[in-house]
Ligand binder design. Structure first.
Ligand code: HEC
Ligand code: HEC
Length: 307
């Protein structure tokens, strides 16, 4: 065969291969860039919502300090099993405070800066330890942790860690504000709530509403004194965050005021553990209209209306 011909064939083939190779490199490079852009986008949206991104559990300080934070993280994400003696149900702090407080719903980033704080339900200023114990006694249907215990110290160390980028002196956490529902609570439709529950909630929360760490009612859920047992709090939470993933034709943020309220009413129509100290709540007489029980001090404004 003619040598010149052979060389030109080889030259053509190699330039083809080179060309294809180069094109591939350019295209895949572009794809990678696009992938990188889409990956960055949610993070920056997240950063806008969250002005003080918390440090991750991967960046813990070395040694003892990091170990204590890690323990605190375990207590808030595996509460039922790791703090068995104190917690009285199957929930974890993370059942309501996602990631133990890292993210919505009920993000707790900054919490170590905004306490001590006045608490209307207690009628006085409470420390962070007391507020955590509020959730232990009510949301976890359990017992308060001694303030000096290593368990409480570890949990506080975890909250201090995720709050470290929030400036000292911060008094409000607008990024974590839960909008309580303003829907009508006097004309709720429990049956309508049940229908939506069976479509949009049952897959994660169970047929009997008592699935493990996501129990919504029954002996293994929060007690009557918990914030989540209040209709406006539960409906606000549900409307903003549930269903967590698309289910039964509903997606996060798609429920109307009324649907979320009917769901809250359906959930509350079931039995849950009692909280005997509940009568002492809101001692200044400012019990909200959706408090799930009567208190000794009642509601002064409402009492005035009655007279
Ligand atoms: C059943 C749901 C639920 C569980 C479980 C739960 N919490 Fe809460 N927690 C709430 C609700 C609701 C609030 C009140 C939010 C509001 O009113 O804005 C709250 C408030 C708090 C606050 C105060 C937030 C603030 O902005 O002042 C802290 C701190 C807290 N919880 C810690 C914990 C810890 C620690 C645990 C686990 C031991 C826990 N919670 C378990 C529902 C829950
Ligand atoms: C895809 C699964 C999924 C679906 C569907 C879902 N949830 Fe949830 N729900 C969760 C998870 C997970 C949490 C724990 C908090 C978190 O990680 O966001 C939670 C927490 C809750 C809580 C507070 C914690 C508790 O267990 O008491 C309530 C109340 C709640 N969901 C109500 C609902 C309602 C009402 C619906 C239907 C409209 C619903 N959820 C649908 C996954 C789901």
């Amino acid at each position: 065969m003619n040598k010149v011909f052979t060389y030109s064939v080889i030259a053509i083939i190699s330039s083809l291969i080179l060309g294809i190779g180069l094109t591939y490199l350019v295209i895949s490079g572009k794809e990678k860039n696009q992938a990188a852009e889409t990956a960055i986008q949610p993070a920056s949206e997240e950063a806008e919502k969250h002005p003080y991104s918390p440090p991750s559990m991967e960046d813990l300080p070395e040694g003892e300090e990091g170990e204590v934070i890690k323990l605190g993280y375990k207590y808030v994400t595996e509460t039922a099993t790791s703090l068995d003696g104190y917690s009285g149900n199957n929930l974890s702090c993370a059942s309501c405070h996602a990631g133990g407080g890292y993210e919505a719903p009920l993000d707790l980033v900054g919490i170590s800066k905004t306490y001590p704080q006045y608490n209307p339900r207690a009628g006085r200023e409470v420390t962070l330890e007391e507020r955590i114990n509020g959730c232990f006694r009510r949301s976890m249907n359990g017992k308060p942790l001694p303030e000096e215990s290593q368990e409480m110290k570890a949990m506080v160390a975890f909250y201090e860690y995720i709050s470290q980028n929030v400036p000292d002196g911060t008094t409000e956490r607008p990024w974590a504000k839960l909008e309580r529902s303003k829907a009508d609570i006097d004309n709720v439709d429990i049956e309508a709530g049940r229908e939506i529950y069976n479509k949009a909630c049952i897959s994660c929360h169970g047929e009997n509403g008592d699935d493990g760490s996501l129990a919504l009612w029954g002996a293994n859920s929060y007690n009557i004194g918990a914030g989540m047992a209040r209709l406006r709090t539960a409906a606000g939470f549900i409307q903003a965050y549930m269903p967590k993933m698309e289910a039964g034709g509903y997606s996060q943020g798609s429920l109307t005021d009324e649907e979320a309220m009917n769901l809250a009413a359906y959930i509350n129509s079931h039995d849950r553990p009692d909280f005997p100290d509940k009568i002492y709540d809101w001692p200044k007489g400012d019990a909200p209209d959706d408090a799930a029980y009567e208190t000794l001090a009642g509601n002064k404004e409402k009492n005035k209306e009655k007279k």
